[in-house]
Ligand binder design. Structure first.
Ligand SMILES: [Zn+2]
Ligand SMILES: [Zn+2]
Length: 195
């Protein structure tokens, strides 16, 4: 169970309280119990969505974008994978169904300026997320990707087209595709659209 202090801190970090953040708090609470907290890179999270829930996971579990132990796959799925480096434990959570469907429909049918109604439904959504059993919301299965590598610091080299410094693993040098030049991703894309 999260403490009121943890809940308040997550809301401050995210900027507002919303159903998506509440989903993230349920996930974060569960992961803290099952996997522990990542002070450094002990835990790696792979998220398949960029919705509000991810902020709660970052804050609570300690898997953050900047630390490199939060990997974002832009799949638009409410799915979250967790890996623990020490023993290789892993799992993937994915939502079973549209838990809030009826409430979302009610919200859509509200009059555009019915802020009281909107606020009431928002609160009902949050309550439902808090009161539903975790395993009714999420199915817990095995991961579909390998554990991401440890974040490493790579050397930077200049892109031969724009002249900006680029992490060397993001430069492409190919005799045909880039005519032997070191090119960054946007310069490569620009080159392709010229052809
Ligand atoms: Zn939000
Ligand atoms: Zn470039």
């Amino acid at each position: 169970m999260l403490t009121q202090k943890q809940i308040d801190e997550v809301i401050v970090f995210h900027g507002h309280h919303c159903p998506g953040l509440t989903f993230g708090m349920r996930i974060g609470d569960w992961v803290l119990q099952e996997f522990g907290h990542a002070t450094d890179e002990e835990i790696v999270t792979v998220v398949e969505t960029d919705m509000c829930a991810v902020d709660a996971i970052q804050y609570l579990v300690g898997c953050t974008f900047g630390k490199g132990n939060l990997v974002f796959l832009d799949y638009g799925k409410n799915a979250y994978s967790f890996f623990r480096r020490s023993d290789g434990k892993s799992c993937r959570l994915v939502t079973r169904g549209n838990l809030l469907q009826d409430l979302r429909e009610q919200q859509n049918n509200l009059h555009a300026n019915d802020n009281t109604g909107r606020e009431q439904i928002r609160q009902q959504m949050i309550n439902r997320i808090l009161q539903t059993n975790f395993e009714e919301i999420f199915s817990i299965g095995s991961v579909q990707v390998a554990m991401p590598e440890t974040a490493r610091i790579h050397a930077s080299k200049r892109c031969d087209s724009c002249g900006e410094l680029v992490m060397e693993t993001r430069l492409l040098n190919d005799p045909i595709l880039t005519a032997g030049k070191n090119l960054c991703i946007p310069c490569r894309t620009a080159l392709r659209s010229e052809i």
